[in-house]
Design a binder for this molecule. Structure first.
Ligand code: UDP
Ligand code: MG
Length: 318
């Protein structure tokens, strides 16, 4: 390590990637060679409870290259937690997060670094094209559409966690204690200068996805519920509409009966009107509970209220 040089850390979450680790390392070293003369590099591998030979392979890499750091989580905690662990241990001026299946080409990280050198705090890689199956593309499209409609912060579409973050962004991220993490949303909500770098996403090199439908739905839930209380507000909307319609109907029934007592309306009609009215009011009340719940939820997330991008005070050094 050379004194005074800036540091760049790469963070790789690893879950059963034994078929990818050798090539990943090889391409990473080749791609980052131009960076190595300017920066101190660290390659942080976080093994997320792999059941294959990943950890042994990683230790093998560390034995020959001490820029490689190896951490193994005690069990499979999931991708977002593995990335969080990597960001927590990385001590660098810029941190690059990448998938380990070579879907995110290591060569693209150089473009991210170039943006960072131009003063961008978050350079996120955005997919120009993606080499995934139809199902994955369709669900991802639907998810980002819904998320952009519901979310209170603008979360860029077609991005994964492949991105470079300046140290100050990583430090802000550490101030977010929430447990159901949707990292790309948190980064978007923090602020600073954020810019997209377009790239073509490759197909997974070897092995199979660590994101079966169950984990995909969990991540989608963390994105939507973590950044929107719209589903809660839906309750009071539905309840309100139902109550108003039922009230109008009740008024109509009463007036009709008064104006023309002959218009005999069967007893069950009143019963039905009363039922809808009561049902609507109940849902409206649930919505009131929901509003409090939504506020409690936001409080419990405990996100910082703000982040400074400039903080200057006291006697100037110059
Ligand atoms: N991953 C992880 N823990 C998991 C699932 C996945 O650390 O429980 C890692 C995986 O090794 C890869 C990244 O997260 O580096 C993205 O996963 P994957 O490629 O399987 O997801 P997909 O690209 O299919 O969405
Ligand atoms: Mg992948």
């Amino acid at each position: 390590m050379t004194e005074g040089r800036r540091r760049i850390a790469y963070v790789f979450p690893i879950y059963n990637e034994e078929g990818n680790i050798p090539l990943l390392y090889q391409r990473l070293v080749a791609a980052t060679a131009p960076l190595a003369d300017r920066y101190d590099l660290e390659f942080v591998f976080v093994d997320d409870g792999s059941r294959d030979g990943s950890l042994a392979l990683l230790r093998g890499l560390r034995a020959q290259d001490d820029r490689v750091s190896v951490y193994a989580l005690a069990r499979n905690y999931g991708h977002q937690v593995a990335v969080t662990a990597g960001l927590d241990v990385a001590d660098a001026d810029a941190v690059i997060v990448m998938d380990s299946d070579l879907q995110d080409p290591p060569e693209v990280s150089l473009e991210l670094v170039a943006r960072w050198e131009d003063g961008v705090d978050v350079a996120y890689a955005q997919r120009r094209t993606r080499d995934d199956g139809l199902f994955k593309r369709a669900t991802a499209h639907g998810f980002y559409w819904l998320l952009s409609r519901l979310s209170s912060v603008e979360i860029p579409r077609d991005t994964g966690d492949f991105r470079l973050m300046d140290r100050r962004v990583v430090e802000e991220l550490r101030r977010h204690p929430e447990r159901n993490r949707f990292i790309r949303g948190l980064v978007a909500s923090i602020g600073f200068r954020q810019e997209a770098v377009l790239f073509d996403r490759d197909a997974r090199h070897a092995g199979e996805t660590g994101y079966p439908l169950r984990k995909m739905l969990k991540l989608a839930g963390d994105g939507i519920f973590g950044f929107s209380t719209a589903p809660l507000k839906l309750i009071s909307r539905v309840g309100g509409t139902m109550a108003v319609l039922a009230l109008l109907w009740t008024i109509y029934l009463v007036v009709a009966r008064l104006v023309n007592p002959e218009s005999v309306i069967e007893g069950w009609t009143y019963l039905a009107a009363g039922m809808f009215l009561l049902g609507g009011i109940q849902m409206l009340m649930l919505g009131v509970l929901g509003s409090y719940l939504g506020r409690i939820y936001v409080e419990v997330q405990g996100r910082p209220l703000y982040a400074f991008s400039v903080a200057e005070r006291g006697p100037r050094a110059d």
